[in-house]
Design a protein around this ligand. Structure first.
Ligand code: ZN
Ligand code: ZN
Length: 890
């Protein structure tokens, strides 16, 4: 016997295997059962599946080739009374479908290679493509749509409008096979090329060729063909005008595929890949009569409906565009035609804008078509000018350069866009309905042209942000009241290297309430408020008020950007905001603290009159109603006696805030009445400063709003039950003390009746005012020798000296220093009277203040003001009229 290790091992092995066999037998039969069950399950499943699929297929519409012949229904836009406002049919109203042989082969193939490589081989569905799409989707854990053949896309775009994706998919595949049986590949491709959505309201390749290249489809180069084919699926992302880099990427893929599949030669490829097609792309100029152009409002309706069809209904962008332009929808919008007319009239009246002169400009959009040896070329140029002469000279020079001795001039077209530009939105704060909108001055020469009131146009909000970013959160959540006092003195904030910010009034007002901070648009008070409550709090409130462009943290070219910094308080932010978003935010204050998303339409009906989209109001409380009332009250004050006086038309109470950015490139007025909220912006389309003091924007706001309110009865802002009043001292924000605070020497005094949210009334008496007995001969404290008739009672304020950054060489120009007990006085008693007569040391605060400046104007504090009568401007003299609201952020 071999008892070697080897044999032992073997034995062991065989024992193990026996054991395995036993367990294997058990498991094998188990697997068999399982497999059988599974098989049964599959069979049942397949049968059920076939039944299910059959039911879906049975429900599919019966179609013939005729059904996919391009034909569509225009959509109609109605106002709330059912009046037809606009008809949406894209730019191809008179489109004549092209025969396939009129469409260059390389244009056909550009679509085939990018959309459906095996188009010429498959029977309507592309199994290989489906498997690859499933695999890709699994790998990338995404469910991006893919593997739709051109045949399927044609059906989807023209026959099926249901969005139940699984059902649709099956119907689509079934119908695709049906169509392929009945129709030639060529006919399918022809119909597809005549209907495919190619952005900017275009359907079909001829429409796109006109739109982007101002050419007949037969004249397109290979490079241009690939640009057009690259637009499919995501027309905005691949828009060759606004996103040329994205389009170029896909265009290059198409060209490479055309080369690899031998649809074009290497030489043709080399020319095409190097052709700069983007620089001279047309943003359609003359192809649309102005009577057919959509208004800015309808543009926005289109954008919002498209967005909602994609987000809520799952359509791709291309499908949504087809549905809007060819699906026969009825869209009911919120526009008030009368209001819109008032707005349009005001914007076409040149008197409402600065006259053209060397300070104001014109922006030229210029197209030139020239016939050169190798075909017709289109050139496009954008440039701004200060005078007509400069503009004429430029065009002359440009034509000289572009038209060579052997070239032939074909056509030119100039669009002049007046500058500065402006935009305005009027909204019903109680519903969120946008009633009227203007997205710019000058003739609107196309659909979906630049709208300066909505995305993607964002501008710096400047001082209009002060209320939203600082005071609103401070009052709503941080225990601030309108009476809270902060010191407007030279300040250095954490993280700031120098004294910042400055004030537009080039001095410091000293102790000031939050109300004054709002009324006079005071920079330091605002920044102190935000600093106190924390930038995070301000930031969070802004997000809640509907701003979507704020930057939490963003890295750009190695630099970090964040709007969670103190300049947020003054509206100095990374990306700016839209006029529309600013309107909605102010509307939330106007609507007692309840935010409504701004809406342009109420419902959309499909061709069968079924509602497919509906805007249901979703009001959201974003601040206490007491906060809203307090802010409104202070903003009324700003209009009555502060920076917004020019907007006042007096038949309604008006609350509002001016805004100017530190660089003077954007000016605003954001305001509301008890009826409507309206925000107006002015600025140049290019980097240029405005004369911010001209106040055209305020006059324009008033002109429009006064007309809109012409027949409306006067209404007051409602005072909620949680509001109480108290008599306070504006130097401390504490309760006013009789015989002390009321003896302050300044014009108008410092005692005010102020509104408070219940529970926030101060309980302490004023501690900022102090009273002292002074010898009027020396100006110092009395001593025992001062005669009775020289003794006077004097009231002073005492500030916390530690909050001021003192520059010993240049005493700060702080307006209330003269009412302060000077440090030099403390401990000094009368030198004039007494046993030892010393030379008098008379503190002369006025001299001290004047220092180097010398000739300060006399104190110009406003007349006494009672917030309880905020609408009575009689007798109020504001020295800051016309120099009111520029903010120096430094
Ligand atoms: Zn006081
Ligand atoms: Zn004395």
């Amino acid at each position: 016997m071999n008892f070697s290790k080897e044999s032992n091992k073997k034995k062991q092995k065989s024992l193990d295997s026996k054991k395995n066999k036993a367990s294997k037998t058990v498991s094998t039969s188990f697997v068999k059962i399982l497999a059988f069950a599974f098989l049964l399950f599959i069979i049942v499943g397949v049968c059920a599946g076939i039944g299910f699929v059959k039911s879906i297929i049975d429900a599919a519409p019966a179609i013939s080739v005729d059904d996919i012949v391009p034909e569509g229904y225009a959509s109609f836009v109605y106002d709330q009374n059912g009046n037809e406002i606009a008809k949406l049919y894209g730019t191809d109203a008179n489109r004549i479908p092209k025969e396939l042989d009129e469409i260059p082969k390389y244009l056909q193939e550009s679509f085939v290679v990018i959309e459906d490589e095996r188009f010429w081989e498959h029977n309507g569905i592309d199994l290989k493509g489906i498997f690859r799409a499933v695999f890709t989707n699994l790998k990338e854990k995404s469910l991006s749509e893919g593997a739709s053949t051109i045949t399927q896309q044609l059906i989807k775009n023209n026959v099926l409008t249901s969005t139940k994706s699984f059902e649709r998919k099956i119907q689509e595949q079934y119908l695709a096979m049906e169509i392929e049986k009945k129709s030639s590949k060529e006919k399918i491709l022809e119909n597809y090329l005549n209907t495919v959505a190619l952005g900017r309201g275009t359907n079909g390749v001829q429409s796109a060729a006109n739109k982007y290249f101002n050419k007949d489809v037969g004249q397109l180069t290979i490079a241009e063909s690939a640009v057009i084919a690259a637009i499919t699926q995501r027309p905005t992302y691949y828009d060759p005008v606004i996103n040329p880099e994205n389009n170029k990427q896909r265009q290059s893929i198409i060209l490479k595929k055309l080369l690899d599949l031998e649809k074009i030669t290497q030489a043709e490829y080399d020319v095409a890949i190097n052709e700069n097609v983007y620089e001279n792309i047309q943003i359609v100029k003359n192809t649309m009569p102005s009577t057919l152009t959509q208004s800015y409002y309808v543009d926005e309706v289109y954008k919002q409906v498209k967005e909602d069809l994609m987000v809520q209904k799952g359509y791709t962008e291309a499908q949504a565009e087809i549905l809007i332009y060819r699906g026969g929808l009825s869209i009911y919008i919120n526009q008030d035609l009368e209001m819109q007319k008032i707005l349009d009239d005001a914007y076409t009246n040149e008197d409402n804008f600065p006259a053209k002169n060397k300070d104001y400009g014109i922006r030229l959009h210029y197209n030139l078509s020239v016939e050169k040896e190798d075909g017709i070329k289109h050139y496009y140029k954008e440039k701004e000018f200060e005078t007509d002469q400069e503009l004429d000279d430029f065009i002359k020079q440009y034509k000289k350069e572009m038209i060579g001795p052997n070239d032939k001039f074909i056509a030119e077209n100039s669009t002049l866009i007046p500058q500065p530009q402006s935009a305005m939105v009027i909204m019903d704060q109680y519903t969120g309905e946008v009633k009227a909108m203007v997205g710019g001055r000058g003739e609107k020469k196309g659909n979906l042209t630049l709208n300066r009131a909505t995305y993607p146009t964002t501008r710096q909000p400047g001082s209009t942000f002060k209320v939203l970013a600082a005071y609103l959160p401070a009052i709503d959540t941080a225990g601030y009241t309108l009476a809270t006092v902060l010191d407007d003195v030279p300040t250095k904030f954490p993280g700031q290297k120098k004294i910042w910010p400055k004030n537009y009034y080039k001095q410091f007002k000293g102790l000031s309430t939050v109300r004054e901070g709002i009324v006079y648009s005071m920079n330091i008070i605002t920044v102190k408020t935000l600093n106190d409550i924390g930038v995070q709090t301000g930031f969070d409130y802004l997000l809640n008020l509907g701003f979507t462009s704020l930057v939490e943290r963003e890295e750009k070219n190695g630099e970090i950007f964040s709007d969670k910094v103190l300049p947020l308080a003054l509206g100095g932010i990374t990306n700016g905001v839209t006029v529309l978003e600013l309107t909605a935010a102010y509307a939330a204050i106007a609507n007692n603290g309840v935010y409504n998303e701004p809406t342009f339409y109420t419902k959309v009906l499909n061709h069968d009159n079924k509602i497919i989209l509906e805007k249901k109001p979703a009001p959201r409380t974003v601040m206490k109603e007491t906060t809203a009332f307090l802010l409104t009250n202070a903003l009324v004050d700003a209009v009555v006696r502060g920076t917004g006086k020019k907007v006042n038309f007096k038949t309604q109470p008006i609350a509002g805030k001016t805004g100017t950015t530190s660089d003077d490139k954007d000016i605003w007025f954001a305001g509301y009445t008890p009826y409507y909220t309206a925000v107006l912006w002015e600025g140049f389309d290019y980097a240029k400063e405005l004369d911010s003091y001209a106040g055209y924007h305020k006059t324009l706001w008033r002109t429009v709003m006064e007309k809109i309110h012409k027949d409306l009865p006067r209404k007051e802002f409602e005072r909620p039950s949680g509001i109480v009043t108290a008599k306070i001292c504006t130097e401390s924000g504490q309760l006013a003390v009789e015989g002390l605070c009321d003896l302050d020497r300044r014009p108008g005094g410092t005692v005010r009746t102020e509104y408070f949210a219940k529970g926030t009334v101060p309980t302490e008496k004023c501690t900022t005012h102090i009273k002292a007995t002074i010898c009027k001969d020396s100006g110092l404290f009395t001593n025992e020798f001062c005669p009775e008739d020289s003794k006077i009672e004097q009231v002073y304020i005492q500030r916390d000296p530690s909050v001021v950054i003192w520059d010993p060489n240049k005493p700060p120009n702080i307006k209330d220093l003269e009412y302060e007990m000077q440090p030099s006085m403390i401990g000094e008693y009368c030198h004039i009277h007494g046993p030892v007569v010393q030379p008098p040391v008379i503190p002369l605060p006025q001299d001290y203040i004047d220092g180097e400046e010398g000739n300060n104007p006399p104190s110009t504090d406003p007349a006494p003001f009672d917030p309880l009568q905020p609408n009575d401007p009689v007798g109020v003299v504001d020295p800051e009229e016309d120099t009111d609201d520029s903010d120096e952020n430094d």
